[in-house]
Design a protein around this ligand. Structure first.
Ligand code: SF4
Length: 499
């Protein structure tokens, strides 16, 4: 629910209600989460909120002081300004200031896996016609430096990019060479299974200070079932690749994420203990996406968002207890949402922005020279729907940004203006994601009451707030540490979910 600013009076002193939204707490409907336009919030009695709105509180009521500090009301309307609220708002949207900072380059579609939940259009390992050519790669590098962002994250992915290592090496070296004139801050990430990683490749990656991102779905049986290879050795190969990379690049050089299938739902403990056993201090529990092979196999591997949230609740409990045992382990998505709740900064996660990060925060260069605003748009195109193709790499970024596809994205890309979101108390902390809504519901605007994206977001915010409020002091300390560790909104922290 939302109230627009209007004047009210407490005795002789006026106060103004600033734009605010509220949501009754699912675990205590007599209370509400109340948020300001810029994402400051407090939990309060619903009856008290009604009294604030009905203007019957005394002028010196401490609740008004709390609400003023969070930009929910302004007292002394003759002298107060909106400057603090606007400055906070600007900090939340800092990601808008420099243009796309995340640049995903699809080096090859080839892959040796046949994962049922695969989001991409993988091709057999021998299909070299699905590799990026040198000509396309060189043009991509030129386009990269036409964007204004001083800090750039360049993510190389596939398929399996290491199957076309010659192109990987060529791109890294050309970007660095070109950057001698540009002086940008550049971070390299490669999303890979790591199965074919060799010592020689690791030495090359070390030269360019590359971070690796891989998939580890849990213990051996689960990982091999989710990520099959003919030899049934995917788990062993992933672990060998992780060890090989860590030995040269350092213990923090590899991050991993877990795609949650129906089978994964059964045993969160085993997944989390696998991460601990393999010395990871971060885990990302990622639900299935509605793209690629995942859509075809949804009946076998899929589940409802309610089932995912029930799994996540159990997993969060386990991760917190692992932390209480003295082993630091954070859940990536929780950290992101907690940073939204507990810090005044914005995050660098492109899928959770308003205005949307598609095309404004990220650009994807496909192996064949097509350009997309997000990996999800590329996956849709691989499924035959090119609605969100921006153009070709030979064209300029200006052409891409003025394309019909980009206009369609922007029309549905501001959460604060979308039906459902515009009244939602979580909207200052949430995102629009029009391409996800198009993929799931056939409409970039989408319908929030039946949207899986929305149910996941709302369920996660509710769960984290509930745990933060009702959990032990030790729980709170862990959750607050995660909030502080999450990437901030400097464009160099932009991240995607790949692999
Ligand atoms: S997607 Fe859902 S949770 Fe997020 S702002 Fe919109 S209505 Fe709220």
């Amino acid at each position: 629910m939302k109230f627009r600013g209007r004047e009210a009076f407490t005795g002789s002193r006026p106060y103004r209600l600033l734009p605010l939204r509220f949501r009754r707490l699912p675990w205590d409907p007599s209370r509400a989460f109340v948020s300001s336009m810029s994402g400051d919030w407090l939990l309060m009695e619903h009856a008290t909120l009604e009294r604030v709105i009905d203007r019957v509180l005394a002028a010196d009521d401490p609740v008004l002081t709390d609400m003023e500090a969070r930009h929910l009301i302004a007292r002394d309307i003759d002298r107060s300004t909106l400057a603090p609220l606007l400055s906070q708002y600007k900090a939340r949207k800092a990601y808008l200031s420099q243009g796309p900072a995340l640049h995903i380059i699809v080096v090859s579609l080839r892959c040796h896996h046949t994962c049922s939940y695969c989001q991409v259009s993988r091709k057999p390992t021998g299909a070299s016609s699905f590799d990026m050519s040198e000509e396309v790669a060189n043009t991509v590098v030129e386009r990269l430096f036409e964007w204004p962002s001083h800090t750039l994250t360049v993510e190389l992915q596939g398929g399996e990019p290491l199957l076309h290592f010659e192109r990987v090496h060529g791109l890294l070296s050309r970007i660095i060479e070109r950057n001698q004139r540009e002086h940008r801050e550049i971070r390299f990430v490669i999303a890979s299974t790591l199965h074919d990683l060799t010592d020689e490749q690791v030495q090359v990656l070390k030269t360019y200070n590359v971070q690796l991102s891989t998939s580890l779905d849990g213990p051996e049986a689960l990982h091999n079932a989710n990520r099959p290879r003919p030899e049934r050795d995917s788990h062993a190969r992933t672990l060998a690749g992780i060890e090989r990379a860590r030995a040269t690049l350092g213990p923090g050089s590899v991050s991993a994420l877990t795609t949650i299938t129906r089978r994964s739902l059964e045993d969160p403990l085993a997944i989390i203990h696998e991460y601990r056993r393999r010395d990871f201090h971060s885990i990302s529990l990622r639900p299935l996406s509605p793209y690629g092979f995942a859509r075809k196999t949804v009946a076998r591997t899929g589940y409802s968002i309610d089932e995912f949230l029930a799994f996540y609740r159990k997993a969060l409990e386990i991760i917190l207890s692992v932390n209480h045992d003295g082993y630091e382990l954070e859940e990536g998505y929780a950290s992101l949402l907690l940073s939204q709740l507990h810090t005044p900064f914005s995050h660098g996660y492109v899928d959770l922005r308003s205005p949307t990060g598609a095309g404004l925060g990220a650009v994807v260069y496909d192996y064949d020279g097509q350009v997309y605003p997000s990996d999800e748009a590329r996956m849709l195109a691989a499924m035959g729907d090119t609605s969100f193709a921006l153009g070709r790499v030979e064209e300029s970024p200006r052409t891409w940004l003025s394309s019909p596809a980009m206009r369609r994205i922007l029309d549905a890309g501001v959460a604060e203006a979308l039906p459902g979101c515009s009244d939602c108390a979580y909207v200052p902390l949430c995102g629009a994601d029009p391409i996800d809504h198009y993929a799931r519901q056939g409409d970039p605007v989408g319908h929030r009451p039946t949207s899986d994206f929305c149910r996941k977001q709302m369920g996660m915010f509710d769960l984290l707030l509930e745990r933060w409020e009702l959990g032990s002091d030790a729980d709170r300390r862990v959750l607050e540490q995660w909030a502080l560790k999450a990437p901030r909104s400097t464009p160099s922290d932009d991240v995607s979910e790949a692999g």
